[in-house]
Each structure stands twice: as structure tokens, then as C-alpha cells.
Design a protein around this ligand. Structure first.
Ligand code: SF4
Length: 465
């Protein structure tokens, strides 16, 4: 998972770039990077590891060394970026958000043609470098971007910084968002529109799947139209997106509130209090509380300074440590209460059980009713960096425990009335050690977003592309 941000203006843009990239810090924990096009035509890049400290503290000092009126940057869970390249189209810097599923094939093809890659730092070739090779093999940047999008399986959005400005593009599969914002004489392109407002930008347009835009001194220009196809990631609204962000014009917090409302409408319990597992569970819980009329309270409070998402660190022990430390239970709110706990999703289930449920029981909860804003996750993501394998998913573990095998046909596990679905949920409930467990239906989740299903990726649940 990555967040990318680019800015172009008539004067030095480095401050906007610094804060704009920082506003994507929830999307990655491994690397942060900034690239600025200097007045001398030579790009300057700064990249730091951010696994042990926040982006701002790592870049606070050295971003002052950068100067120029256009730049791009990224927060990444996988590889360092932006990277700079020299191609026959000219020099460029590149950062990407997405996943290349057929990277081994592309790497082999490039090497067989006599090309080369930088020595991989961690044994895996940098995805941005793979895309850059595909871009560099064509005469122009636009032909190169088209070539990259044709060759790549998976899904990629990108920002390419060059002499002419910033190319902002989304591949035809369109899983990863990219939006343009404007202010007086300046333009931005970003994964999260929540990065716009405090920097003085307002939303201008969402880049469509397959579309390539050039942000130049004269403003944005469409150099290739969208394909009218593509499916954006549903999980942006459920979990990964920042609450004030709009994707395809639909606000994330409002969707979460609607998800909570749908969960409450289908519920028959009357809890003492309603809560959410911070951060993304909070919007779902507020919607549940508004619909049910039961009070929203905070039995688990996130200690914000210094803690990122526990989903994004790549190794399990780091995820567990972050998860254990970041949520602080409040006994005064928990003791003796029956509690609805809204959660965005149950991935493996270990963090919910060990670092939220256990704390609530230990602090004297009377009942714990978990309400999940999406259906059971049945497939790991193939369109963006995923830290989960299929066999790790709680629903798959239930299948193995109950039927002794993994199921290919999952239709009955999406049908809330099927015996298989009920058995699976009951197994997860017992495993979690909670009073009751209910999942959102696929139909309600899609309805909460309000975009036609054929424009949404629901692969996590259906396994269908
Ligand atoms: S598979 Fe899931 S996480 Fe990946 S793009 Fe589709 S909905 Fe999003």
C-alpha cells in the first residue's frame, strides 16, 4: 500500500509537497520520499526509511534543501520511491501506488532484452523501477505509460515528474484512486483528497481508470481519456481511506456512517454503549449509534502520537507490538456494560481478539457484540500490497476447522442465510470469545457506498475480478 502526492505551482512548492506527502502517512510504514524538479532542470530526491519514526521527523530538516516549483512524493509500505531515471523521452522521476502481479514475467522479459535493474535491497526488485523500464522503452512518456499499463497485471496509479510537468495516470483496472486539486495557479494530484483542504486546494476532478493527465504551468490537460471501465477498491471506504477523503466523489466518513446504520438496522440487541475499534471502526460505530439511538462511547482510545496502522508493517511481530500498545482501555467506560464494538473488517482475527476484545473483558465488560462493516474476507488482495495470505484469513481458518478443506466456491459463504455461512460465523465468534458476531451483507456494503457494483472491486469477498 502506498500514498502518492504531487504538486505544481508558480513558486517554490516544497512546503506543500512536504505536508501533502505527510498527509498520506497512514498508507505506509516503510519509506517516505520527495522529488523536486530544480530550476536547473536536475531533479533532487530525498528518501528515508520511516519504519521507526514518522515521515515529518525524518524529513523536517532536509526538506529545506529542496527547491523548485514542482515535485512528487510517496509514502510506501514496500519500496523506496520516488526514483529518478534517464530515458530517450528525457529525464523523469516516478512514484507509484499499486501492485504488479506479473512482475517476474516483466523482469525476465527486460533482462532477456539486455536491460538491467538496480541490485535489489531486500531481494525484491523495486516496483517503481519495473514500471520505469516499461515507460523508458517507448519514445514518449505517454506511450511509455500506456505500455506500462498494457503490460502490468494488477493495478497501478502513478505520478511522473518531468520537464513538462507532472503526468498523473491511473491504469484501466483503476483499483487505486488519484484525484486532482486546484488553487490559485497551483495544482495537486493525490491518492487522498483529505490532503487538499489544509493546503488551500479544492477538489478539481478524479482521474478516471485509463486516463492520463498532464499537470503543467497552464493547468491540467487530458492527454488520454478514461476507458469507461475499471473498478475502484471498495476497501478504501471500509478501512484504508482517511475519513475526510472522497473517492469517486463519495465521502469516506459518510460511507462508514451508512455502514454502521445498516448494521444497526439488521440488529436486534440493545447495548448499553456503542463503540468502534480506532481508527476506521469509529465512523462505522457513529453510524450504528445514530441509527440505534444508543450512546456512542470510547472504551478503547488510541494513543495517537507515533502509532500508525497495525495492518501495514510487514512483519507479524511488529504488527502485534503496535496493536498491543496503541489501544488503551478505559475501565470507567467498560465496567459492567454490554458493548457493541464496530470493526471495519476481520482479517486474521488475532489482533481483534488479543488487543481489543481481551482488554474489554479484562476491564469488566458484561457483553461484547462485534459488528463488522464488510462481509467475511475470503481472498487476499491482488491489486495492492497485501500482508495477508489466503490461509491466514479468519474465514478460511473456519473452513479448514469445520470442513477440513479450503473451499473454491464461496457463494454460500456470502449468503447470510446459508447454513455454511452461519457455521463459519459461529466458529469465528467462538474463536474470538465474544457474545455475538454479525457481518455486513455484500448488498448493504455496496449500497452504503452508492456506486454501481460493476464499478467497485469486491475481489476480497467474491474472488471475482
Ligand atoms: S481485492 Fe480488496 S483490497 Fe484489493 S483492490 Fe479489490 S477490494 Fe481493494
Amino acid at each position: 500500500m502506498s500514498g502518492i502526492f504531487g504538486v505544481l505551482g508558480s513558486s517554490n512548492c516544497v512546503q506543500e509537497l512536504f505536508y501533502g506527502v505527510d498527509y498520506h502517512s497512514h498508507l505506509g510504514t516503510q519509506y517516505g520520499g520527495l522529488a523536486v524538479w530544480g530550476d536547473n532542470g536536475i531533479p533532487k530526491i530525498k528518501i528515508h526509511g520511516i519504519s521507526n519514526s514518522q515521515f515529518k521527523s525524518k524529513f523536517q530538516e532536509d526538506y529545506h534543501d529542496l527547491e523548485g516549483n514542482m515535485g512528487i512524493g510517496a509514502i510506501s509500505s514496500a519500496h523506496p520511491q520516488p526514483l529518478s531515471f534517464l530515458s530517450r523521452a528525457g529525464p523523469f522521476c516516478l512514484c507509484i501506488d499499486g501492485q504488479i502481479s506479473n512482475k517476474d514475467d516483466i523482469v525476465k522479459e527486460v533482462l532477456e532484452r539486455g536491460g538491467s535493474f538496480s541490485e535489489p535491497e531486500d531481494g525484491t526488485i523495486n516496483d517503481a523501477e519495473i514500471i520505469a523500464k516499461l515507460i523508458s522503452s517507448k519514445r514518449t512518456y505517454v506511450e511509455g505509460i500506456e505500455n506500462a499499463f498494457e503490460r502490468v497485471e494488477g493495478s497501478v496509479s502513478l505520478l511522473l515528474l518531468c520537464r513538462e510537468g507532472i503526468y498523473a495516470a491511473r491504469d484501466p483496472r483503476g483499483r487505486n484512486p488519484l484525484s486532482i486539486g486546484k488553487s490559485e495557479g497551483s495544482w495537486v494530484a493525490a491518492t487522498e483528497t483529505s490532503s487538499f483542504c489544509n493546503l488551500g486546494f479544492s477538489p478539481y476532478k478524479d482521474i478516471s481508470p485509463g486516463e492520463i493527465m498532464l499537470l503543467g504551468v497552464d493547468g491540467p490537460k487530458e492527454v488520454k481519456g478514461g476507458c469507461g471501465c475499471g473498478r475502484i477498491c471498495t476497501f478504501l471506504w471500509i478501512y484504508t481511506g482517511f475519513p475526510p477523503s472522497d473517492f469517486e466523489g463519495v465521502n469516506t466518513e459518510i460511507v462508514r456512517e451508512r455502514c454502521g446504520s445498516y448494521l444497526a438496522k439488521r440488529d436486534d440487541i440493545v447495548p448499553d454503549i456503542v463503540s468502534g475499534v480506532p481508527d476506521s471502526g469509529v465512523g462505522h460505530a457513529i453510524g450504528y449509534a445514530m441509527e440505534s439511538g444508543r450512546p456512542y462511547r470510547r472504551p478503547l482510545v488510541k494513543y495517537t502520537p507515533g502509532y500508525g496502522r497495525s495492518y501495514t508493517p510487514p512483519d507479524q511481530s511488529t504488527r502485534d507490538r503496535v496493536a498491543q500498545m496503541k489501544l488503551i482501555p478505559n475501565r470507567a467506560v467498560i465496567q459492567g456494560n454490554s458493548i457493541v464494538v464496530c470493526e471495519d473488517s476481520i482479517v486474521r482475527g488475532t489482533q481483534l481478539k488479543n488487543f481489543a476484545i481481551k482488554k474489554l473483558w479484562d476491564c469488566g465488560a458484561k457483553e461484547i457484540h462485534v459488528r463488522v462493516a464488510c462481509p467475511p474476507l475470503l481472498f487476499p488482495c491482488v491489486y495492492n500490497i497485501s500482508t495477508r495470505t489466503r490461509s491466514e484469513l479468519a474465514a478460511r481458518k473456519a473452513m479448514m476447522a469445520l470442513w477440513g478443506k479450503d473451499m473454491e466456491d464461496v457463494s454460500s459463504f456470502l449468503d447470510h442465510n446459508s447454513p455454511e455461512f452461519k457455521d463459519m460465523v459461529e466458529w469465528i465468534r467462538v474463536d474470538q470469545g465474544i457474545t455475538s458476531l454479525q457481518y455486513q451483507t455484500l448488498e448493504d456494503m455496496i449500497s452504503a457506498i452508492g456506486i454501481p457494483q460493476e464499478r467497485l472491486c469486491t475481489y476480497c469477498w467474491t474472488g471475482k475480478e
